[in-house]
Design a protein around this ligand. Structure first.
Ligand code: FE
Ligand code: FE
Ligand code: MG
Length: 163
């Protein structure tokens, strides 16, 4: 990043890069959890759920992309090995071992709730000290809030069908 661009970042940059890399690990794991979940899911409203999971997978990948770009701008290195995703993750990985639609939705809702928590904490850490990263994290957080809401709405529809 340019010298002036760097000079406006007024916080512990190594700590920030570490937090961004942890979120980056979460995004890759979330991407795969959605991507493989969309393949295996079975049950009520399957086509609709599959479409939503694929859409979210793509958005998680965009988040990973944005985080990697910002880590590089800050002079850091995005995690280079998939094995580091497991070491660095905040939110973990929930394998869709049971293909039941409600269980897969529940696993992904839990993941979104964890992501919301992680990004909110990042915003608290950044405060007024790095407007560019702050803005980027706000954009990602906005998507995660939408993801949770989408999944909870589908869950509600499925539950009202089953009644
Ligand atoms: Fe995400
Ligand atoms: Fe998400
Ligand atoms: Mg959606």
């Amino acid at each position: 990043m340019g010298t002036k661009g760097k000079s406006i970042v007024k916080l512990d940059v190594d700590k920030l890069i570490e937090m961004l890399n942890k979120a980056y690990a979460d995004e890759w794991l979330a991407y795969y959890q959605y991507w493989i979940g969309a393949k295996v899911v079975k049950g009520a409203m399957r086509a609709e759920v599959e479409g939503e999971l694929v859409e979210h997978a793509n958005e998680e990948l965009e988040h990973a992309e944005k985080l990697a770009e910002r880590i590089l701008q800050l002079g850091g290195t995005p995690l280079l090995k998939p094995e580091d995703w497991y070491k660095m993750t905040n939110c973990g990985y929930d394998a869709p071992e049971n293909p039941d639609v409600k269980i897969i939705l529940q696993q992904n809702i839990k993941g979104e709730q964890c992501a919301i928590e992680v990004y909110n904490k990042l915003l608290e850490f950044i405060g007024n000290n790095d407007p560019i990263t702050y803005h980027l994290i706000c954009e990602i957080l906005e998507d995660e809030v939408e993801h949770e809401d989408d999944l909870e709405n589908i869950m509600e529809d499925i539950e009202s069908m089953i009644k």
